[in-house]
Design a protein around this ligand. Sequence first.
Ligand code: UDP
Length: 403
Amino acid sequence: MANLLESYAQIVGNEVIDHLRQLAEPLKGMKVVHVNSTREGGGVAEILNWLVPLKKELGLNAEWEVITGEKEFYQCTKSFHNALQGDSVEIPPALLRIYEKTNEENAERMRGQLEDADFVFIHDPQPAPLLKLCPDRKGKWIWRCHIDLSRPYRAVWKYLRDFVVGYDASVWSLADFAQPLPHPLYLIAPSIDPLSQKNRELFPGEVNAVFDRWGLDPDKPLITQVSRFDRFKDPVGVIHAYRQVKEFTSVQLVLAGGGATDDPEGEEVLKEVRNAAGDDPDIHILLLPSDAHREINALQRASTICLQKSTKEGFGLTVTEAMWKGKPVIGGDTGGIRLQVINHHTGFLVNTPEGAALRVRYLLKKRDKLEEMGRKAKDLVLNNFLVTRHLREYLTLMFAIMY
Ligand code: UDP
């Protein structure tokens, strides 16, 4: 554990690590609690998995708590998610009541720990009411919003806003996502951990093994989208794009995903995806367990091109992951994908399956371009989207609002 931070020095340099230690100095011993709604699946869990241990290694007393509830709670919060990203969704009052009640129950369990903390980071809307339920809080509370709130369905945002106005600050992935709130708003882009099972270098044999394991053809270009089965990720659009490519050239598609424990819509979307795929032997729908990080790593590395054809996307860690592996990404022209896919440089931004197909065909034909874009993609991640930059911004934020 003592060498965890040092191991990043090989990638980002010693100065970066020394700087982190300096920034952490005034925060040493402080108690920081992060709360979200799932320990596995989805980008937030992915981030907390490295953020909490690294804060601990820097001498902070960091903890990670997960809010839990029954099926209806997750139905409600999934509806929030869809509504905040723009869908017109009416949420029945009974479900809202369950949302509030679940938060009350979780507050009973965590109140002492949260009220006592120097900093509490509440991630996304699921645990947002906890602030009001901890009246004797002593520390600073920050609402960390990971989703795109640029055009929320008003009625739902009005309801949720009431829970978040009281926070001391909020953090957003992009300026476009933010809503006006009466406290300081900070912008912090997410990041990936280059040393995690998901992103570390693999042995060549491990990468090649995915072809055998999943019945893929090692001689055919492979296009891949890794994502939860969620309509905003547009897996069906990916299948349409693949079909259009296949009319001209030989290609195979992997759609790899699993469920997140806080996402109840996955099965329904998976059915739609299976219908769209039909019996095409070159479409591989892989259902992976939530801890299949090395497998996803190998699949991304084995891919010729990665896709993330989302129609809405908070940030899109899968984009960062693929780019770190030197893959150009063809991504939906939305949200955080725009921060990462620099059109024509690190990949292509697209709005339709036709657009995606066109770009896939171009890159499959121009292999030198594909490699050049892959190199630029990796560099962009190295300079902007690794844990060390993310951690530095978190430490600076904590220092800024400490007093
Ligand atoms: N992921 C995973 N297994 C899956 C699907 C996704 O481990 O079956 C991971 C993926 O590698 C990425 C994260 O979950 O690290 C998804 O984050 P992203 O920001 O792309 O989307 P979100 O799911 O948070 O909307």
